[in-house]
Design a protein. Structure first.
Length: 117
């Protein structure tokens, strides 16, 4: 399972950090990433990282957000700087995991990020 933490409320131009840890028995984590969903909008990819550390960001967060991961801890992080009100959303982590059931996509519970102007 994936357990996300972090988020909260911050004023514009502030910073927040998110983390998401995978846990279970006998599994391998491949790609990990963060998505977000604002009210009335579709869920969108924010940032993703391969196991080897290759990263990809949506244009709206480039230069402000940084995704990183600790493979030993099966944890992915998202450092969010210079936050804007448009970043307000529920943030979800996602991981591609190989377990006894084969490969599958797993989602963490959402965590709210609210940026006030």
């Amino acid at each position: 399972q994936l357990q996300a933490s972090g988020g909260g409320w911050v004023q514009a131009w502030g910073s927040l950090g998110l983390s998401c840890a995978a846990s279970g028995n006998s599994f391998i984590v491949d790609g990990m990433g963060w998505f977000r969903q604002a009210p009335g909008q579709q869920r969108e990819l924010v940032a993703q990282s391969t196991r080897s550390g290759l990263t990809n960001y949506v244009d709206a967060v480039k230069g402000r957000f940084t995704i990183s991961r600790d493979n030993a801890k099966n944890t992915v992080y998202l450092q969010m700087n210079s936050l804007k009100p448009d970043d307000t959303a529920v943030y979800y982590c996602k991981a591609i995991i190989f377990s006894g059931r084969g490969w599958g996509d797993y989602w963490g519970q959402g965590t709210q990020v609210t940026v006030s102007s």
